[in-house]
Design a protein around this ligand. Structure first.
Ligand code: CA
Length: 235
């Protein structure tokens, strides 16, 4: 059975918080409560909730400010969030202002409505997660299109042979790690019965040439092998 999703409830009114906790825990959720924006924000990194229910009217930092902070933090920017407020007219403005919330609910709400919203937001977020992402590898230097075998370096298209492309993919996946010639021979040249050590060096040499002034991102590591180190010193 899959783990129960955790919902963080940031709500200063104990009776409302406990109502929400009761409804959700009866329906397959684990709940964690926080009575202020500050305490909720502190819990998020370790808790990694599947969803956040956030009251707007909170002491000190209000829910909108809290929502902005959640969206600014890379650790929490993608967590689905439902804002809770008293006045529905406020909520419409808030949503219009792109608060970063996925949905909203107004008080007073009935348990069925709350549950329906939570389920719907989580379902949408799961669908978004499982949507196929374009098969692409990229960092500040390279963009590798794995479907079409196209490579670009700092926006400039590279003309690579299939082997050079495979090498580059391997390097990007093993960023900053030393890759021995043995590993390359096994993983990239597979069972080709060649003098692979020399073959590898020749291919790396050609690949580096194609990288022009960025040739240094692929470094030779003693007699062992190579390392893709785009943050390394230019040599
Ligand atoms: Ca409140």
């Amino acid at each position: 059975m899959a783990d129960k999703p955790t919902v963080l409830i940031i709500e200063d009114e104990p009776n409302i918080r406990s109502l929400i906790e009761t409804v959700l825990s009866k329906n397959g959720y684990v709940t964690v409560g926080a009575d202020s924006a500050e305490s909720g924000l502190k819990k998020i990194p370790n808790l990694k909730p599947a969803l956040i229910l956030l009251d707007i009217q909170l002491p000190n930092m209000d829910g909108l400010e809290c929502c902005r902070k959640i969206r600014e933090d890379p650790r929490s920017k993608d967590i689905p969030l439902i804002l809770v407020s008293v006045q529905s007219s406020d909520i419409h403005k808030i949503i219009g202002l792109e608060s970063g919330a996925d949905d909203f609910i107004t008080k007073p709400f009935n348990p069925g409505e709350l549950l329906a919203r939570v389920n719907a937001v989580l379902r949408r977020s799961r669908q978004a997660e499982s949507a196929p992402v374009p098969p692409q590898l990229s960092d500040g230097f390279f963009v590798l299109d794995l479907d079409n075998h196209e490579a670009a370096l700092k926006g400039r298209k590279l003309k690579l042979t299939p082997k050079e492309f495979t090498l580059l993919v391997f390097f990007l996946k093993s960023r900053e790690k030393v890759i021995s010639r043995d590993v390359m021979s096994t993983h990239i040249w597979e069972r080709e019965n060649l003098d692979t050590s020399r073959t590898i060096d020749v291919h790396i040499g050609r690949l580096r040439k194609k990288l022009g002034k960025y040739h240094w991102v692929i470094q030779t590591v003693g007699k062992v092998g190579y390392r893709y180190s785009p943050e390394g010193e230019k040599s």
